[in-house]
Design a protein around this ligand. Sequence first.
Ligand SMILES: [Zn+2]
Length: 390
Amino acid sequence: MIVDGVIVLLQSNTGFDLYLKDCETVFFRYGQFISWEKYMILRIFLSLVITLSTSAVHAFTSDAVSCVQHQLNSAGYDAGTPDGLIGQKTKKALTEYQEKFGVLSKRPLDQDHALVFCRLLGQTKADFKQHWPTNAGMVNIVFGDLATPTKTADKLFVARIRSKVDEVHRKVQRLFGIELAAPINVLIGNSAKDVEALKKSYEPRKIIGFTNTATEICSSFKNLSATSLPNAIVLCRNGDARIGSEIDTLWLEFLIAHEFVHAYQFQLSGAIQATSDTAVLEHGGPQWLLEGAAQVIANHLATGLPLAEYRNRMLEKLDGRVPKLSDVDELSDLKARKNEVYRMGVVAISDLIPDENYSKLGQFYVELGRGNDWADAFEIVFREAVLEGQ
Ligand SMILES: [Zn+2]
């Protein structure tokens, strides 16, 4: 229904309401509007977070920056000798290019967002893609202790991981229909110690965002756990756990699919080359959407359960304690009430894409990469879907 230019979608049976104000703002609240003042304060706060996170850029070379430099040079805009460092010449060349051909992204050219520019530039001309980082869009699997497996169980695990990672990668790629400009790194450890060693061996590139300890990452969950960082997916197997017995095959596929969605989110929105070890996806949108997207896509690919049914299962698990979306949108919420973030994410997404058009979940991150804040990106991608649902 539409009231005074305000589109209101009521999901009374789920206990959460989603309000879209006309123009560019989006408000989620349980039966009430967030005030305009509060919303603006939130926006200013978010833009500050982004500014702070991107201002602490050190001299740091990257393939993504070299990519941008090569592409600008081929287009006839002098970015200097491609050296992976962002200097005045590179910035000037990009500015001139964008003045002539239109804005690729409203984000600043820095190490955090260079990959986004590299990808967007590559899409303007097929020839430019030759400058994308090596193995763009491919998967780069790195085993630690399991690099040369000897035990039968280990060999089977390694073989299964390789085939599943490939299979899931193809499925996610097909579903999003989006080309990535960098490889997806998948690091697989066999214990906390192994994960720690993998992290070290990955220096000096660093596994960006590795703030949890390896023990936390390997916290035994169904004998195979995972975490996603801006430039890598880290999987941790519990010692001798075997595929098909201690490690459920469906779980393996679900977990890998979930993490691949995060890899897309990171690359598309532009946090992959963050230079600090504490980098997180600051402008990645609300946590319920970040995790909910990973959950619904993993469910779609691994279990094939219709979204409506998956939504009902999550509602049952919430057991009447349906949180406000605003209570599951911060990183701190993910830490404090992870299950609620995941479950509420699934419920909300099922209302955003009643047509099960999962590619929209990827498009949202493309819009973030173009420099839209999450409220604007949300409006661009989901507004139509919400209207269809009236
Ligand atoms: Zn996740």
